[in-house]
Design a protein around this ligand. Structure first.
Ligand code: SF4
Length: 381
């Protein structure tokens, strides 16, 4: 059996990008997750010059990496907790050190139209520029570098590790890759010319200039579109929706392969009106062929009072998205659901069979449906 397919069966269920499936369920502490991922790590910062900082009068630095545009006083840090003003010089504190390193199925990111059945060596550093109340990886995203065990990992070492694992892809994921931008950029610039694909799993909270500078080193970008109202972003993430939509438009103009994930949370973002507006925006702005993953919420972090998303809710939104003209809509975190598979828009044939992370038959020839020849967009080879 294909090693990747066996891994999928052992994992048992699809749970987005959470670390949880690797930890066999149960309540987790940050230390558990890190120990599993990185035995022997120790809390430490990885100091390196940070980019996109502009000096301001009075010694402050304005950070233009993400839309928050923090004004950072001397010896203070930005909102993400990993970018620091030291006597007028701007530093990142998470360069060259990882807190998580796993070989994951690419479907777990999730990417469904990107080298199906392969693994992505997936890495993270502590920190995030959002504060989502439903974060699946809050044990690393909501902590400072000094609080999370990490280990040194150079681009050369990560290239060797990916090759050793038989993983054609490096994925920046779990926390928010934007906040370890310089590290991610150095790794991608080193590994991409050596045959490794680099993909980003992001909240989309990044400014246009850094995104455009990073994109030539990348093969794909996944954006969590957390809802389609400013109210949700303000209340649940302490952020704004508009910059995320701007990022999606930039990715479209660049032509980088992208997929979108929406975590559907009961009562918070599962209403028909806002989702219909979202689906229409995606179709009109990005086109009908962008894969859309509607994933099932599980109670976690600060939202423990709401139930799992009922599957009929996801099915209702799935039908709505299809009715609005989106071709590739998937229900996630519901292993065995027929919408996990990819179907040809031309003839309706199943062209990629999935069960959780397990890949079955693939009926594609050079990116086209084997039955009718309809092109299926994605990165297939
Ligand atoms: S990357 Fe961090 S420091 Fe820079 S603007 Fe965003 S939250 Fe602030």
């Amino acid at each position: 059996m294909h090693r990747r397919r066996l891994l999928g069966m052992l994992a048992g269920c699809a749970c987005g990008t959470s670390l949880a499936p690797r930890l066999l369920g149960g309540a987790l502490r940050a230390q558990d997750a890190i120990d599993f991922a990185m035995p022997g790590g120790e809390p430490a910062v990885g100091l390196a010059p940070a980019r996109f900082g502009e000096p301001l009068p009075g010694g402050e630095i304005l950070c233009r990496l993400c839309p928050r545009e923090c004004r950072i006083a001397d010896m203070a840090r930005g909102y993400c907790g990993v970018r620091e003003n030291r006597r007028g010089e701007f530093f990142t504190l998470v360069h060259g050190r990882v807190c998580s390193l796993h070989a994951d199925p690419i479907e777990k990111k999730p990417f469904f139209h990107f080298l199906p059945g392969t693994d992505a060596l997936s890495l993270a550093t502590p920190g995030c520029n959002l504060a989502c109340r439903f974060c699946q990886n809050w044990q690393i995203s909501q902590f400072r570098p000094e609080q999370v065990p990490t280990r040194a990992a150079s681009p050369e070492a990560l290239l060797r590790a990916a090759r050793d694992q038989g993983a054609p892809t490096l994925a920046y994921t779990y926390s928010e890759p934007t906040i370890f931008y310089e590290y991610m950029r150095d790794i991608a610039a080193y590994t991409a010319p050596r045959g490794i694909r680099n993909v980003v799993v992001s909240n989309g909270y990044i400014q246009e200039r850094p995104l455009r500078e990073l994109a030539p080193h990348l093969s794909a970008y996944k954006v969590d579109l957390k809802a389609f109202t400013e109210e949700f972003y303000a209340r649940q993430c302490n952020a704004e929706l508009a910059p995320v939509l701007a990022t999606l438009e930039t990715l479209k103009s660049i032509g980088l392969w992208m997929e979108i994930v929406v975590l559907v949370i009961p009562t918070l973002n599962d209403d028909e009106a806002s989702n219909q507006a979202m689906f229409r925006w995606i179709r009109a702005t990005l086109g009908p062929e962008v894969p859309l993953h509607l994933t099932r919420f599980h109670p976690t972090y600060k939202i423990l009072n709401l139930p799992r998303t009922p599957v009929p809710t996801l099915e209702r939104l799935h039908a709505l998205a299809r009715a609005e003209g989106l071709h590739y809509v998937y229900i996630g975190n519901a292993p065995g659901h027929p919408t996990e598979s990819t179907y040809c828009p031309g003839c309706g044939a199943r062209v990629i069979e999935r069960y959780g992370y397990v890949i079955g038959a693939i009926a594609l020839d050079a990116g086209r449906c084997r039955g009718c020849g309809h092109p299926i967009p994605g990165v297939w080879s």
